[in-house]
Design a binder for this molecule. Structure first.
Ligand SMILES: Cc1cc2nc3c(=O)[nH]c(=O)nc-3n(C[C@H](O)[C@H](O)[C@H](O)COP(=O)(O)OP(=O)(O)OC[C@H]3O[C@@H](n4cnc5c(N)ncnc54)[C@H](O)[C@@H]3O)c2cc1C
Length: 529
């Protein structure tokens, strides 16, 4: 089946929905928004902290937000992208509010601003501690109400369409590669449909699921980055994977793993080995209160040298009632696993959290492939450089969604659907009866990435990951050619692709910078141990 839309949006998180609302407002054409599960399942809905924007010019200013972002990014952020996001952030907040998103206010009717690690001022807008859920709720309501937007849930984008599908040989050196839409798996027929579009937006979110443990939901398999890369788009900064230092260690709950907020260390929780010994004194004088990346690396190092699956957070010295009052959600969660956090240690480990790199885009959010834009976590605007400043990702998604929409609306009339794009060819393929091959390979990708391309890397570990991924790649490509396309095999292919990109770009970076730490090019003494 062939379907035609002026604007095709792949992804229904903050990035996809903000863009869809912005282009739909113009009434300039039909918009389709596809997402691979239900609209409420997105990384966006998991965000807790908030959204960074300078809204109180009496005390804060753009210059400070710009500096904080550049320092966090270890001085390799793209200055133009940083200025673009910071200076357009207040307008992006206004747009969110107009679409129906609510942020907490104080008694004077002003935004109740929080301050987070790395920010020199109070500039984090939030909605209690479930800001992402509120954003997803507000945007979903606005999108569902908008008559120009067709929402297609459980529709899985398999591949984007370029000249390659018209029989032209496309390489990474081919100039003017164009995107004509995407092949999308229809949940009712289980057939791959052809969606032709004048403009396509990739907004498929993060990649956490390529690691064995992640704070991201299962959808975060990096599909958009892999699709764009296969279509020969430029993909950048993939070595910069942010790890959250403390999720609850629970082997039966890994995607998403339950987040143990960093506020708990602020409250006085102490990191210990399971035998009770403290270890942070070896790494940083701020002990358990050291910044996120230092704590994550320290925990990773202790786990590796002692062969542990987890370390512990100790709150047992704190007043039990106060602990329950501060962290009711965490208390209940741990209790459901038989752990009373007022009397017992909490087992914690680091987990993959955020991808700073992705599909390289310009200030209009356009990728190196014409008619293909990328926004949100799947994109690489240059804002984050080597490390993301807390709460800068949601705001980046809205600012770039608006820029991409503006540019796409200017360009859309130059494009048409008059191309003979062949339908998806699954002739001769079989239904896959060997599902175990896929589940086992998915597990292997997670193990390879966590063990060899995790928080602390080395040339040897990266080489081993490369070799293992190569083997999985060969096996999976062969299977993919033989079987009918399903979401599972496509996700596996994409995860291998993304794993490969992280590994290759990590090998290429011959220094420890930002989130990329390697013992072969150390920054701190303990990396050499
Ligand atoms: C626990 C947690 C806490 C966080 N806290 C904060 C915070 O406080 N502040 C902050 O700024 N950031 C935070 N982040 C990061 C932030 O939430 C994400 O970076 C952001 O929400 C990503 O939005 P997105 O629209 O790019 O992707 P997502 O919200 O993940 O949406 C991706 C969409 O793409 C769809 N999709 C994916 N692949 C396909 C496919 N093949 N076909 C069709 N559809 C597809 C999915 O179905 C989904 O609809 C947090 C992240 C996590 C996990």
């Amino acid at each position: 089946m062939i379907q035609k839309f002026d604007f095709l949006v792949i992804g229904g998180g903050i990035a996809g929905m903000s863009y869809a609302l912005s282009v739909a407002k113009s009434g300039k054409g039909k918009v389709a928004l596809v997402c691979k599960t239900t609209l409420d399942e997105a990384n966006t809905a998991k965000a807790q902290g908030g959204v960074a924007a300078v809204t109180n010019l009496d005390v804060d200013n753009f210059e400070k937000h710009i500096n904080d972002t550049i320092i966090a990014g270890d001085y390799i952020s793209d200055l133009a992208a940083v200025k673009h996001v910071v200076c357009n952030a207040p307008n992006a907040i206004k747009a969110l509010v107009q679409w129906g998103v609510e942020f907490d206010k104080n008694g004077k009717g002003e935004y109740d601003l929080h301050r987070e690690g790395g920010h020199s001022d109070f500039r984090i807008l939030h909605h209690a501690d479930d800001t992402g859920f509120e954003i997803q709720r507000g945007l979903m309501a606005a999108v569902r109400k908008n008559e120009n937007i067709t929402v297609l849930e459980n529709h899985y984008a398999v591949e984007i369409i370029t000249q390659h599908h018209l029989g032209v040989q496309v390489t990474r050196k081919t100039p003017n590669i164009e995107c004509y839409g995407a092949y999308i798996l229809n949940p009712e027929t289980q057939k791959v449909d052809t969606f032709l579009s004048k403009v396509t937006l990739m907004a498929t979110g993060g990649v956490g699921a390529v690691y064995a443990m992640t704070s991201n939901p299962v959808i975060a398999t990096g599909d958009g980055i892999a699709m764009a890369y296969r279509a020969k788009a430029t993909v950048k900064d993939m070595e910069f994977v942010q790890f959250h230092p403390t999720v609850l260690y629970n082997p039966s709950e890994t995607h998403p793993a339950f987040l143990i907020t960093e506020a708990m260390r602020g409250y006085g929780a102490v990191l210990r080995l399971p035998n009770g010994k403290e270890f942070m004194q070896k790494y940083d004088e701020r002990l358990s209160l050291a910044p996120r990346d230092i704590v994550a690396r320290a925990i990773d190092h202790e786990m590796k040298i002692h062969g542990l699956d987890y370390v512990c957070l100790d709150l047992t010295h704190k007043d039990a009632e106060e602990t329950k009052r501060h962290f009711p959600h965490i208390y209940e969660k741990c209790l459901s696993m038989g752990i009373d956090i007022t009397k017992q240690y909490i087992p914690v480990c680091p987990s993959a959290h955020y991808m700073c790199g992705g599909i390289k885009v310009d200030l209009n959010g356009e990728s190196s492939i014409s008619r293909l834009y990328a926004v949100g976590e799947c994109s690489c605007t240059g804002l984050h450089g080597g490390n993301r400043l807390a709460s800068n990702s949601l705001i980046e998604a809205v600012v770039y969604a608006q820029s991409a929409a503006e540019h796409a609306l200017l360009m859309v009339d130059n494009y048409d659907f008059n191309l003979k794009v062949p339908e998806w060819n699954d002739e001769g393929t079989l239904t896959n009866e060997e599902h175990v091959l896929i589940t086992q390979s998915v597990r292997e990708v997670g193990e390879i990435m966590s063990n060899y391309v995790g928080i602390v890397r080395s040339n040897l570990r990266l080489k081993r990951a490369w070799d293992r991924l190569d083997l999985l790649y060969e096996e999976t490509e062969e299977l993919f050619k033989r079987v009918t396309a399903t979401k599972d095999i496509c996700e596996l292919r994409n995860m291998i692709n993304v794993g490969y990109l992280i590994t290759r770009q990590a090998i290429e970076r011959k220094e420890s910078r930002g989130l990329h730490y390697t013992v072969d090019y150390p920054k701190h003494a303990y990396d050499q141990q």
